[in-house]
Design a protein around this ligand. Structure first.
Ligand code: SF4
Length: 394
């Protein structure tokens, strides 16, 4: 399926480009206390190893702001500071980080926002303007009666316009709601009225399983329509899981080709090996590989090789022995107890060969194309003076 992505402006968060023709990036947020530098850096290293491309930390007080230089010095991917309420923390963070996230709805008087703009401009770093259903401006709540998608989109557009009015355009935007429908509608409305890049996410999505499902539906729907330039899957779980789910969403839509794609059979009465355990182990042990590779784990040889012929490499269970195959062709038989280790060694080797051939990149599978919005074209190239789109019926 070809996804035509919405054409947006492009910004840079450190060395990661967001919007324009850049691939959709995956980010996460530390769950540690930012003041605890050692714990935060440990988690950052785990996130980096999982492929996380941008990492955000909460900066709730002065002590957390003071920890930022040490944290930043210990990481390789860009750092975003998450600021609420106190603009002075944003001013301090702006001296260190690669992007500052503020919610204009809770930062207070406009002069405070202007001070933040001055600070980020001095370092040439962008802002993430994050509006949230829980902190909408009173006039919008009175106008719409509740934090509706229309209210969220209008809040974000108002913030963008106010920033543009003082000459600031180096920003990405997020509109967070925890209800999947509301989040989709809010992003959809904004996307059809502005060309700023979007950070997409379903906020407070839930635990590892429910949150992954909600995020896959919400973000998957938006991405399939070409909306979304960077994403965070919010889970009440280890943030490494957020990164894994994020890449799985992008891989499922063929928006990114990154790392190992484990193809495991559902098992049935013919199964000869512990497919579930092996598939889970593979995902864990091969999570560091960035080269795109399809790896099959199939329960038996009856249909094994045939079912796995789309895979670059795989194993299938047999009577007392397993088989190793590549591209649907038998390579050799392997004793059961050596099957897993053999596969891991072979996958590592294959990844190295592909990298040497120049196929190890995180190349996006889909280049940015001219977007075909569902409302007239005139509605998405600017943020003002255009007709307001009507939400589609779903
Ligand atoms: S590969 Fe074998 S065990 Fe797995 S579902 Fe197919 S027939 Fe069943």
């Amino acid at each position: 399926m070809h996804i035509s992505r919405r054409k947006t402006r492009q910004i840079s968060v450190g060395n990661v480009k967001i919007g324009g023709d850049a691939p959709v990036s995956v980010q996460s947020m530390c769950s540690t206390d930012t003041r605890d530098v050692a714990a935060t850096v440990t988690q950052i290293r785990q996130l980096e190893a999982a492929g996380c491309e941008i990492i955000r930390v909460a900066v709730p007080d002065d002590e957390a702001a003071q920890a930022l230089p040490q944290i930043k010095a210990a990481m390789t991917v860009p750092l975003i500071a998450d600021i609420h309420f106190d603009h002075r923390l944003a001013l301090k963070a702006a001296e260190i980080v690669d992007c500052v996230r503020i919610n204009p709805g809770n930062i207070g008087a406009w002069w405070k926002v202007e001070e933040v703009i001055k600070a980020v401009n001095e370092r040439g770093i962008p802002l993430r303007v994050g509006v949230n259903g829980g902190s909408l401006e009173r006039p919008l709540l009175e106008k719409y009666g509740w934090p509706s998608p229309e209210a969220l989109a209008e809040s974000a557009l108002n913030a963008v316009r106010a920033l543009e009015d003082v000459g600031f355009t180096n920003m990405k935007v997020s509109l967070k709601a925890s209800d999947v429908h509301h989040a989709i509608d809010a992003y959809w409305l904004f996307a059809h009225q502005s060309d700023y890049p979007l950070h997409i996410g379903i906020t407070e999505a839930g635990t590892a399983m429910t949150g992954a499902v909600k995020s896959s539906i919400g973000l998957g729907y938006l991405l399939a329509q070409g909306i979304g330039d960077t994403l965070r899957v919010s889970l009440a779980a280890d943030p490494v899981e957020e990164v894994r789910v994020g890449f799985e969403i992008l891989k499922s839509l063929e928006l990114r080709h990154r790392g190992i794609n484990v193809i495991a059979c559902p098992t049935c009465g013919r199964v000869e090996i512990d497919v579930v355990k092996m598939a889970n182990e593979l995902e864990k042990k091969l999570g560091h590989i960035k080269t795109p590779l399809n790896v099959s784990v199939l329960g038996c040889v009856v249909n094994g090789i045939g079912e796995g012929k789309e895979a670059d490499i795989g194993i299938a269970g047999g009577e007392g022995k397993g088989i190793l195959f590549k591209k649907g062709k038998l390579v050799r038989k392997v004793p059961m107890e050596e099957l897993m280790d053999t596969l891991i060694v072979e996958v590592e080797q294959l990844a190295k060969e592909k990298e040497a051939e120049g196929q190890g990149d995180l190349a996006p599978a889909v280049a940015t194309q001219e977007w075909e919005p569902l409302v007239p074209q005139s509605a998405h190239s600017s943020t003002r003076g255009k007709e307001i789109p009507v939400l589609p019926r779903r």
